[in-house]
Design a binder for this molecule. Structure first.
Ligand SMILES: C[S@@+](CC[C@H](N)C(=O)[O-])C[C@H]1O[C@@H](n2cnc3c(N)ncnc32)[C@H](O)[C@@H]1O
Length: 265
């Protein structure tokens, strides 16, 4: 992806912050339990979250206590995040691209980024995360991807909709089983700034009605940037499949991966 593409695509999430807020799922509770256990997170921890969206990971993090600063690119998403997090006096949401954000002088114990680290400039993200961590502090990167499972016939049939309406679709694409997706330290360990990576994986399913699923699709940068007639055609094709063949309800299977590495001394 070029720098220009990345900057265009990452700006799409804030175009409809309320949609993002109600349509995007959060993460399994076990992710946050593992962060406490493996990342040494405690009510005394100082946590930096990069790209908080409307608070999908920030809310469970905030419940764990600690001081949380969340840095978010989109003022619209940050405004909804502040609303969602208003009961937590331990959370501050700052609007800035992480690349240009000025950190406080006190270092952090944990830097976490949930479904957002890959949107940060790859030439900057790992070193800047290391710079703001104390020695021994942890960088935690959470990724979620769509994997084989759930309502499998629907996803196999939906491929024809993508091939008809989205020219970027590779022909014959099929979902990958979670077991075939390897752990990948590349995002946290391409430099000598971090020790060996630790991995945890979580598989889970979420049910969607037709309307909920179309809303979810419209939170993805790829769908948001599809030109209008093709985008509308794609959504109509998918809605028709869910209503006609699946009684208006499908299930989607996710793999969430947590990758952690500690800053070298
Ligand atoms: C896919 S969303 C993930 C949001 C949320 N963390 C979640 O788990 O749903 C990516 C988020 O990263 C933010 N983002 C993208 N580039 C950023 C940057 N350079 N600095 C800070 N935030 C950024 C986007 O605005 C968006 O909120």
């Amino acid at each position: 992806m070029t720098d220009t593409d990345r900057e265009l695509l990452r700006a799409t999430f804030g175009e409809d912050a309320e949609l993002y807020d109600h349509a995007r799922p959060g993460y399994p509770d076990q992710v946050f339990e593992d962060l406490v256990r493996l990342g040494g997170l405690s009510p005394r921890s100082r946590v930096l979250e990069i790209g908080c969206g409307t608070g999908q990971a920030s809310r469970p993090l905030a419940r764990l206590g600690g001081t949380i600063i969340a840095v978010e690119l989109s003022p619209e998403l940050a405004a909804v995040a502040r609303r969602n997090l208003r009961e937590f006096r331990n959370v501050t949401v700052e609007v800035s691209p992480f690349e240009h954000w000025t950190p406080p002088t006190t270092p952090f114990d944990l830097v976490i980024s949930a479904t957002a680290f890959h949107w940060i400039d790859p030439a900057i993200r790992v070193d800047k995360a290391a710079d703001v961590l104390r020695p021994g502090g942890t960088l935690a990167v959470v990724h979620t991807e769509h994997v084989a499972g759930g309502t499998e016939n629907f996803f196999a049939d939906a491929q024809a909709c993508y091939e008809a309406f989205d020219p970027r679709t590779p022909p014959g694409l099929r979902l990958t089983p979670a077991a075939d997706i390897p752990d990948d330290p590349i995002e946290v360990a391409p430099s000598a700034r971090f020790g060996p990576a630790r991995f945890r994986r979580y598989e889970w399913e979420q049910g969607y009605t037709t309307g909920e699923y179309l809303d979810l699709l419209m939170t993805y940068s790829g769908h948001r940037t599809l030109p209008r007639p093709a985008g509308d055609g794609l959504l109509a094709c998918i809605a028709n499949l869910i209503d006609r063949d699946h009684g208006g309800q499908i299930s989607k299977r996710y793999l969430t991966r947590l990758t952690m590495a500690d800053r070298a001394a």
